[in-house]
Structures are given as structure tokens and as C-alpha cells.
Design a protein around this ligand. Structure first.
Ligand code: SAM
Length: 241
């Protein structure tokens, strides 16, 4: 998969050189390119913003500079992702859908955001556009939101996570539940014991315990997710928990 990120702060994205995303880049599973929006400015001051039409506080990112940048980075069929607090909420389902794309282009806004015609023009040219929020709060720029989305998408690409099994029972997975609590050695630590069932070696009992804990945790922390569970997908035991 190819991902292009356009930003006025390319250094922000350096963290994507690290860990599993960094390895995915080195091994060629992910072709991630970070671009400086100012490379497409034409004036001496490398200006990317102007005051809002209609007046008001702050500055807005100019469509002409963004247009040049996207023309240079987006291949035909590229899916443009515009991080914005006014977008649809980015979820695991969104990450799954985006992980199937050939190219994603992330447009990192700053100030009051990017002139709305940039997204309109990409759509009008037949490209897909997703305006996405990573949560109901306001950040200073799209870089951190982009890193969140790139990491969530990249870890779903085949080969990025060493053991694909670890994706199966995760929170927000196919079961629609949060993950159960996890423990490791030592079984007894500082007066706290791990649940005995996990030391039993009894696979069916362990699986049952984990399922019950996932349901309990989801009901306690995210009742909204329980409401959305597919009742037909639950077995009789689940319904009794
Ligand atoms: N004036 C905008 C509004 O009220 O919707 C907020 C602009 S914000 C200060 C600057 C940039 O940060 C946005 O263009 C976007 O790229 C990014 N951003 C801020 N909060 C975000 C969020 N919750 N999700 C995704 N991107 C966000």
C-alpha cells in the first residue's frame, strides 16, 4: 500500500520511522511518503494560508497550494483523507476499509483548516474523500490525527503484525467487544494473583472465561457497544452473563 502525507511539519511524522510501521516501511510492505506542503508554494515567503472569506478569526489553508500538492502526490483513484474535528468518527471499521485501498493521501490541516474546495475538487474529479475525526476534541493540526490513522491502518496490512492471531480477539474486532484483561508471569505478584483459570491449561474453560470477561468489561465501560451487538451472534451463555 502507498500512503502519502502532506503537511507543513514533515518532522512531526518522524515517529512513523519507528516500531512496526517503521519495519513495514523498511521491508517494503508500506510505501509511506511524507511531503512538505510548502514545496508547492510559489512566493518568497512560502505562504500556505490566508484570512477567511467572510471575516472571522484565524487563517485558512489556501486551495491553490493544496491543489498543486495533491495533483503531484495523488495517483488516479487515490483516496483522500482529510483529518478534521468536523468529520465522521474514525473507527476500527474505517481502518479496515482504508486498509484495502491502493493509495491513501492524508492532507494535514493547520489553523482553521483547509479551504473546502480542495475536497470538493478531488471528489468532482472522481476521487474518494473521507473527512475523518479521531475524536470529539480539537487538536492544533492534522499530523497527530494522521499518525493515529496511519498506524491503525498499517497494522492491518498482511505481514505487518508478526502473529496475525493477535488481531483476532482484539478490542473492536469482529466480535464487537472490548478485549478481556490480560496477564503474564509471575502468576503471583506483590500480593496480587492472576485468575486461576489461566493457569489451568484447560483451553475451553479459558476461552469461556475470556469471553465472559470481554462481555462484562464491554457492558461496564461501553454499554453503547452492547446495544449494538448482534444478538444472533451471541450464544445462550453470553446472554446469561
Ligand atoms: N476550525 C476547525 C473546526 O472548528 O472544525 C478546527 C481546526 S484545528 C485547530 C486544525 C487542524 O487540526 C484541522 O484542520 C485538522 O486537520 C486537525 N484536527 C484537529 N482536531 C482534530 C480531530 N479531532 N480529528 C482529526 N483532525 C483534527
Amino acid at each position: 500500500m502507498r500512503i502519502d502525507v502532506v503537511t507543513i511539519f514533515p518532522d512531526y511524522l518522524r515517529a512513523l520511522d519507528l516500531s512496526l510501521v517503521g519495519k513495514a516501511r523498511t521491508s517494503g510492505l508500506l510505501d509511506l511518503r511524507v511531503h512538505d506542503l510548502r514545496d508547492w508554494t510559489t512566493d518568497r515567503h512560502r505562504t500556505v494560508d490566508d484570512s477567511p472569506l467572510g471575516g472571522g478569526a484565524g487563517m485558512v489553508m489556501r486551495p491553490d497550494v493544496w491543489g498543486q500538492a495533491l495533483d503531484a502526490c495523488a495517483q488516479p483513484g487515490a483516496h483522500l483523507v482529510v483529518p478534521t474535528p468536523s468529520g465522521r468518527t474514525f473507527t476500527q471499521r474505517t481502518a479496515e476499509a482504508l486498509s484495502g485501498e491502493e493509495q491513501l493521501v492524508f492532507a494535514c490541516g493547520r489553523y482553521e483548516g483547509i479551504d473546502a474546495r480542495v475536497a470538493e475538487r478531488h471528489r468532482a474529479a472522481g476521487g474518494r474523500v473521507s473527512e475523518l475525526s479521531i475524536g470529539d476534541y480539537v487538536l492544533n493540526g492534522g499530523e497527530v490525527a494522521t499518525m493515529v490513522m496511519v498506524e491503525a491502518v498499517a497494522r492491518l496490512l498482511p505481514g505487518v503484525i508478526g502473529n496475525p492471531e493477535s488481531l483476532v480477539e482484539e478490542s473492536h474486532g469482529a466480535a464487537g467487544l472490548l478485549e478481556y484483561p490480560v496477564y503474564t508471569r509471575p502468576p503471583s505478584w506483590d500480593g496480587y494473583d492472576a485468575p486461576e483459570v489461566l493457569l489451568s491449561g484447560h483451553h475451553a474453560r479459558i476461552a469461556r472465561w475470556r469471553r465472559d470477561e470481554a462481555l462484562r468489561r464491554t457492558a461496564a465501560r461501553r454499554p453503547d457497544m452492547i446495544k449494538d451487538l448482534d444478538a444472533a451472534a451471541l450464544d445462550k451463555h453470553d446472554r446469561a452473563v
